[in-house]
Design a protein around this ligand. Structure first.
Ligand SMILES: *Cc1c(COP(=O)(O)O)cnc(C)c1O
Length: 381
């Protein structure tokens, strides 16, 4: 059954395109821009975002699981698909079969992939992989001290081909921290080059590295090893800058619901679980069919607000699993069926995922990919 509950997210094709074009121009023709569409395109819907970006010329798409990669392959038969978080034991076959490009760093990753490539047999050409180096984030990636054992296995006799040397910056908004990571990356890249391996790409940097001037110098390092720089941008595609919002990015997702019930309560009346809100005056309350099971953080209880009739209505009382109540006493004319903005613009008012993140002590990434699967995503314009 198609969802009929009036809580939905609108995803703007034009805004996604605007952001992508802006980022591509910023990156320039010397840089390969990989569009990160992991986690259901940061909650925006993998299939629609992938189609739009691929049609606009995005050749490289990044996901974090083989499952997402396999789903994406059906949608984008031509794209290069980077699976950025390693592989699990049973996945190497699917990687080869669906021509996914894995980011790897463990010797056992190489074992599994070699085995699958040999079993598959069809691919005469060596199978490409991106090798991640841990340059200081201590999450994924090979310890630089163990790099040579991995490189031993990627010589001319290997069925595998080192297509990219990759790393991830932990604090891309901090040039000093990034510079330290770059030094480690440079050492690894030169170790690779000194073995006669010629990766086509040097892959480093996310949205922040693109938006902040001089955030990193991977372009220079790429030139030194005759590779092309690859930059992996995610959050900025969806309209959020990890640093400043000077870049003219446009938020792609709006999250909406409707007023489904209204009531008048007397001064002194409690609202919601634990009675955390008590009306101080005769109060008009609107009921919204959206709650924390939709991804509306319970931390917004008595803190956040929504937009109705172009004005801000404060959330009154605890957000429930499926419901939220809003004080609309100061907003004249609110009626059942009125459209309500949880994230987005109405009249001159605006609520962004960054605003909700600020109120709940997190980052816009978590707000966006926290919008539950049961909220339908609708492509607009
Ligand atoms: C998520 C991710 C990115 C994109 O980061 P943004 O800050 O969203 O641009 C890039 N590289 C890797 C490895 C990632 O996991």
């Amino acid at each position: 059954m198609t969802p009929t509950r009036p809580t939905w997210a609108e995803v703007s094709r034009n805004r996604l395109l605007h952001n992508y074009r802006l980022l591509r121009d910023l990156a320039g023709t010397q840089t390969e821009l990989l569009a990160v569409i992991k986690a259901n395109a940061y909650g925006h819907g993998l299939a629609d975002c992938a189609r739009i970006l691929a049609a606009e010329g995005a050749h490289w798409l990044g996901v974090t699981s083989v499952e997402e990669g396999v789903a994406l392959r059906r949608i984008c038969p031509q794209a290069r698909i980077l699976v950025m978080a390693g592989i699990f034991p049973a996945e190497a076959e699917a990687v080869v079969e669906h021509r996914l490009t894995p980011v790897l760093w463990e010797p056992h990753h190489l074992d599994w992939l070699e085995h699958a490539v040999r079993r598959h047999g069809k691919t005469a050409a060596p199978f490409p992989l991106h090798l991640e180096i841990d340059t200081g984030m201590s999450r994924q990636g090979a310890d630089p001290a163990c790099l040579s054992q991995l490189l031993d296995r990627l010589g001319p006799a290997s069925p595998l081909y080192l297509e990219a040397v990759m790393t991830h910056y932990h604090s891309p908004q901090n040039p000093e921290a990034t510079h330290l990571q770059e030094r480690a990356l440079a050492a690894a890249a030169h170790a690779v080059a000194s073995r006669g391996l010629q990766p086509q790409f040097l892959s480093a940097g996310s949205s922040a590295a693109l938006l902040l001037p001089n955030a990193d110098d991977s372009a220079t390092l790429a030139k030194q090893i005759s590779a092309r720089r690859m930059l992996r941008t995610g959050i900025a595609l969806y309209g959020y800058a990890p640093c400043s919002d000077s870049a003219n990015l446009q938020p792609v997702l709006s999250w909406k619901t409707r007023v489904v019930s209204l009531r008048e309560i007397d001064a002194g009346t409690a609202v919601g679980y634990d009675a955390t809100f008590t009306a101080q005056r005769p109060t008009r309350l609107a009921l919204l069919p959206a709650g924390y099971a939709d991804g509306l953080s319970r931390l917004l209880s008595n803190r956040g607000s929504v937009l109705l009739r172009g004005q801000r209505g404060p959330i009154a009382g605890r957000i429930s699993m499926d419901h939220t109540t809003v004080d609309v006493t100061n907003i004249p004319g609110v009626s059942i069926g009125d459209e309500v903005i949880l994230i987005g613009q109405q009249g001159g008012e605006k609520i962004t995922a960054a605003d909700l993140a600020q109120l709940t002590g997190t980052i816009p990434y978590e707000v966006l990919c926290g919008i539950a699967a049961r909220v339908p995503r609708i492509l607009v314009d």
